[in-house]
Design a binder for this molecule. Structure first.
Ligand SMILES: *Cc1c(COP(=O)(O)O)cnc(C)c1O
Length: 400
């Protein structure tokens, strides 16, 4: 008989394989609040890789809303929203978000990942088709994988390829009942935008639905940070489901979808992540409402993140850096191979700058980069210090 191995032994072996290939995550420890100047692993550094674009995670109105609601309603919702945990604050948040999004209805989830993983699998089944941008987020990919629907991929942002895929799909299978086109709004590795108007037009020609994941666009794009649908002046008859998160520019946590009433009613009756998992704590719901308030009443935050982004992007381009196809406060500093990206990250870290190296397999082997994310409260001095560190490191590594 084969000698029995400990059941978890292969887990350690798999981890070791990742370490050997330098593919393991080395977790850094954030020892202060997420601020432009923060303490990580005992070192004071300038943060260049947080999703906290508007620095709302420490906004006093939002923090106070969380404390007050927690004192009044407790630490937890006590149940799934579907059963006994649907608090007034959850309903208010759904309504406030819909109003902010100029949508008939919204539904909030525990996280953005759970929104995608809950809603997408319910949209299509056998005899239906998902059509997906090649660079979509993992939560969209996982959502699609939970279905028996057919899948087709179009080249990143390539609407000619999308049109070709749609035509071929219809030729091959004229009986598809439902077709949904799925795309990120802002692509998180490159900071580029989905061509949403053209996607919506192609979808309309084929009677397909459009689902956009705007996790990195909200709080940044569109009128007052209303996101990519607002940015392109589209509505819920053109982009049928707009998904997003409270964990990035809103500075809290939570996911959401917006659309018409049918979308909301369908989503909360069918999505298993919504039905079978606890509602967010009342403090979280109150903080998300306060974050919407802040976006509606303090437009300066969105304006400032763009100023910082334009300043940083121009300085880096003037130095000769390749900044890819950035159209947002996500600015990739292209390095080529993974080794260079890691060396550059280590160099700027030694100068007190925290920028995240993004390497294979997250991006193609020759497209390793440092992903920089600008935020509202970066000061000019902090940005200059970062730019100077990049300049020194870039010269050392022959990138500029
Ligand atoms: C971050 C992100 C998500 C997940 O959002 P969470 O609320 O953090 O779970 C989904 N899609 C995209 C494109 C993201 O960038």
């Amino acid at each position: 008989m084969q000698k029995k191995r400990h059941p978890t032994k292969y887990l350690g072996e798999e981890y070791q394989r990742l370490v050997d290939k330098s593919l393991n995550w080395e977790l850094k420890e954030l020892q202060s609040a997420s601020e432009p100047l923060c303490t990580i692993d005992g070192k004071q550094v300038i943060m260049l890789c947080a999703n906290n674009y508007l620095n709302l995670s420490t906004h006093p109105k939002i923090v106070n809303a969380m404390i007050e609601a927690t004192e009044k309603y407790g630490a937890g919702a006590g149940s799934d929203r579907s059963i006994a945990g649907n608090m007034t604050l959850h309903e208010e948040l759904d309504r406030r978000l819909a109003k902010f999004k100029n949508a008939p209805a919204s539904l909030t989830f525990q996280t953005g990942f759970m929104a995608n993983e809950g809603v997408i699998p319910q949209l299509c089944g056998r005899g239906d088709l998902f059509v997906s941008d090649a660079l979509n987020h993992g939560s969209i990919i996982d959502g699609v994988r939970l279905t028996h629907a057919d899948r087709a991929i179009f080249k990143h942002k390539d609407t000619e390829d999308l049109a070709r895929v749609m035509e071929e799909a219809e030729k091959h299978q004229p009986s598809y009942k439902h077709i949904w086109i799925l795309t990120d709004g802002v692509f998180s590795m490159d900071g580029d935008l989905a061509p949403l108007s053209r996607i919506a037009k192609i979808a309309a020609e084929h009677g397909a639905g459009v689902y956009v994941d705007d996790a990195h666009g909200e709080g940044v794009l569109g009128d007052g940070g209303r996101g990519i649908v607002s940015h392109f002046h589209l509505n819920q008859d053109q982009v049928h489901i707009e998904m997003g998160t409270f964990s990035k520019a809103f500075g809290v946590i939570g996911g959401h979808i917006s659309g018409n009433e049918d979308v909301r009613n369908f989503a909360y009756n069918k999505s298993r992540t919504w039905l079978l998992s606890g509602g967010v704590p009342p403090g979280v719901a109150a903080a998300c409402i306060a974050a919407i308030d802040v976006l509606e009443t303090e437009p300066e935050h969105v304006k400032k993140v763009w100023e910082n982004r334009d300043y940083f992007l121009k300085a880096m381009q003037d130095l000769g850096f390749d900044t890819g196809n950035s159209e947002t406060p996500i600015v990739p500093v292209m390095c080529g191979d993974s080794k260079k990206a890691k060396e550059l990250a280590e160099f700027i870290w030694s100068r007190g700058i925290f920028g995240l190296p993004i390497v294979f397999p997250m991006v193609a082997r020759d497209k390793a980069r440092i992903r920089v994310q600008l935020c509202t409260k970066h000061t000019k001095e902090q940005l200059d210090k970062a730019i100077h560190a990049f300049e020194e490191g870039g010269k050392k590594l022959n990138l500029i």
